[in-house]
Ligand binder design. Structure first.
Ligand SMILES: *Cc1c(COP(=O)(O)O)cnc(C)c1O
Length: 352
């Protein structure tokens, strides 16, 4: 780094994205993307006029998409804020509500620590139980912002929405942020709770279940006063945060409900199939409600399995956090990809 950089930036450890290697074609099961394309109807509905319209700035309010999301969940447009991926949504939340401190699980989405550092939020890590579940009572009356990924990142384990509600009730005087990146593979959405609780912020993304990771669209649903706070952050940073084409793609994708449900059910079925196959090979597989599984075998360390799979053209993710460093995280791909994965793992373990 240069000598001009601030001390804070000097100290910070930025988020490390999963590999997106360009050297050869891998079976890519490392970043929890959707193996299926986004709806053809959504893509087909983009016109030349839309592209020529790019000479204008995008609508800072993303009105058409906001309307679609509000209708979809039966909330008001003033309960919705559109962001450039949900990472931006989380960044806004940490800026607005993190100064009083933030707490989240020791094993969870790695970006929370980065945002906490970046925006000067004292962070507390609440250890998951030995079986990687959350004991909700450890999240009661925290007096600081609570952040929960549900289903949780890295483990895939989910809390029932009833438990989420209890956490929200026991934190009436601070904000609870629920990061729902994987919620559609689980099925219990916390969004309806925003009508009852004015301290709940729900963060969602089009990157996973709606196959638009590269379009970068996320959104926040919350009480209207919280949306006012978060809009103040947005308009102090980047009013035109979402580009017109991504906004239209997201809107169109949300309007193609049949295709969406089909893709999600295929992935859920493939997740169950993959978990069963891994268990047959002697793996411990955490019960996932997401589009990935965290799995380990006694026969080989997590890092070594990751490396062997990479040699064989399959990318999975390995994390060096002590509690999960003997696991690999495998994204659910197509049925064909799952078959190749299982066969390859079998070969690797047999040829050891
Ligand atoms: C993937 C992911 C996100 C970020 O998604 P965006 O692509 O920025 O919308 C946020 N939280 C969790 C837990 C994730 O896994």
């Amino acid at each position: 780094m240069s000598r001009f950089v601030s001390d804070k930036l000097n100290e910070i450890s930025p988020y490390i994205p999963g590999e997106q290697p360009q050297d050869k074609k891998y079976i890519k099961l490392n970043t929890n993307e959707n193996p299926y394309f986004t709806s053809e109807r959504a893509v087909g509905a983009i016109t030349k006029e839309d592209l020529l319209g790019l000479k204008r700035y995008s609508d800072p309010e993303c009105t058409p998409l906001k309307k679609t999301i509000a209708n979809y969940y039966g909330v008001g447009q003033n309960n919705v804020l559109i962001t450039n991926g949900s990472d931006e949504a989380l960044a806004f939340c940490f800026q607005a509500y993190g100064r009083c401190g933030a707490c989240y699980a020791d094993i969870t989405y790695g970006f929370y620590d980065v945002f906490a550092h970046m925006y000067d939020c004292p962070a507390e890590h609440i250890p998951l139980e030995d079986d990687f579940t959350i004991d909700i009572t450890k999240y009661f009356a925290k007096g600081k912002t609570v952040v929960i990924a549900n289903p949780n990142a890295q483990t895939g384990i989910a809390l029932d929405v009833g438990d989420i509600e209890k956490i929200v009730q026991h934190n009436a005087d601070n904000i609870v942020i629920i990061d729902q990146a994987y919620v559609d593979f689980f099925g219990q959405n916390a969004i309806p709770l925003i009508k009852k609780y004015n301290n709940l912020v729900v963060v969602n993304t089009f990157s996973k279940s709606r196959s638009l990771a590269g379009a970068r669209v996320g959104y926040i649903v919350a009480d209207e006063h919280l949306i006012v706070d978060l809009n103040k952050v947005k308009y102090s940073f980047h009013p035109y945060n979402v580009n017109t084409i991504s906004m239209l793609l997201a809107k169109n994708a949300m309007e193609d409900e049949d295709y969406f449900t089909q893709c999600v059910s295929k992935i859920i079925a493939a997740r169950e199939e993959m978990s069963e196959e891994l268990k047959k090979l002697g793996f411990t597989v955490l019960p996932s409600s997401a589009n990935f599984v965290l799995a380990r075998t006694d026969k080989m360390g997590g890092k070594q399995l990751y490396e062997k799979l990479k040699e064989n053209g399959i990318l999975v993710r390995h994390f060096s956090d002590r509690r999960i460093d003997d696991f690999v995280r495998i994204t659910v791909g197509t049925d064909e990809e799952t078959k190749i994965l299982i066969k390859t793992i079998k070969n690797i373990l047999e040829s050891k």
